[in-house]
Design a protein around this ligand. Structure first.
Ligand SMILES: CC(C)(COP(=O)(O)OP(=O)(O)OC[C@H]1O[C@@H](n2cnc3c(N)ncnc32)[C@H](O)[C@@H]1OP(=O)(O)O)[C@@H](O)C(=O)NCCC(=O)NCCS
Length: 149
């Protein structure tokens, strides 16, 4: 794994919707989706307290530089996990932070009994698609549908 010389990356599961985290999401979400409104403190608290979601945070020398949300749920065929809303701050990209976040999420999903971890990524997200395949995600032969509400 590539790492930044002289600085340390730590990954944690968020436990509280602090002002620091609200500010970090306000910085990071526009780098993922221009149209999405970053979560409010109340919304962040809802995600953090839900047993279905784990909000992962990556810190570089203490500062929040990335996030990933792991969603885990039981369906008739078993426990499944999804990775959603992965974003690394532009200033911290290309040094393996995204890889570390994803590997942490995969191990967390395993520890929760999930048998698969799914995600989607538009083909135009070249860095993301390279990263996921490097880690071991395999394209599925299925159609992805969405019903807008
Ligand atoms: C995709 C993303 C999370 C990767 O984060 P990261 O910390 O840079 O990930 P890594 O360093 O582990 O790997 C990044 C890959 O992108 C490449 N890359 C592409 N553009 C880069 C850039 N501007 N700077 C650095 N690396 C870049 C790296 O070389 C590496 O691929 P390679 O090792 O196969 O060559 C990050 O680019 C990002 O947040 N992008 C915008 C949001 C997004 O697309 N999210 C994913 C939604 S599915």
């Amino acid at each position: 794994m590539r790492s930044l010389p002289g600085v340390s990356v730590t990954i944690e599961v968020a436990s509280e919707a602090t002002d620091e985290l609200v500010a970090a999401f306000a910085r990071l979400i526009p780098q993922l989706s221009q149209r999405s409104v970053p979560p409010s403190s109340v919304e962040l608290a809802e995600m953090i307290s839900s047993p279905a979601s784990d909000v992962l945070i990556a810190r570089l020398d203490g500062a929040v530089v990335a996030t990933l949300t792991l969603v885990t749920f039981r369906i008739p065929t078993g426990v499944r996990s999804w990775i959603e809303d992965v974003v690394v701050d532009d200033s911290a990209r290309g040094h393996g932070v995204g890889e570390q976040l994803n590997r942490f999420a995969i191990e967390l999903a395993r520890s929760k009994g999930a048998t698969t971890v799914d995600l989607t990524s538009r083909p135009s997200r070249e860095a993301a698609n390279r990263l996921y395949q490097r880690i071991g995600f395999k394209p599925r032969d299925t159609n992805v549908y969405r019903y807008d509400l």
